[in-house]
Unconditional design. Structure first.
Length: 74
């Protein structure tokens, strides 16, 4: 499993809900409750870390790049 870090400081114009919907579409985030928890963490910590299955990793990274999301792989 890979971890993807998204920081607010590197994504000033980012609409987080749109990014989280990418993770939800890939079944990495499974519920609206999880989306809410990630949004709260982003507000509190100015970043989120999402665990991504290896089987979804390449496609997810491609989609993040298409949306111009700056991220780090942990």
């Amino acid at each position: 499993m890979k971890k993807i870090l998204i920081k607010r400081s590197e994504n000033k114009s980012l609409i987080l809900l749109k990014v989280l919907s990418l993770f939800r579409d890939r079944d990495i985030i499974h519920s609206l409750q999880e989306v809410s928890e990630y949004m709260k963490a982003y507000e509190k910590d100015d970043q989120i870390i999402v665990d991504c299955k290896m089987s979804e990793f390449t496609t997810t990274i491609k989609e993040l790049e298409e949306e111009n999301v700056n991220y780090e792989i942990l």
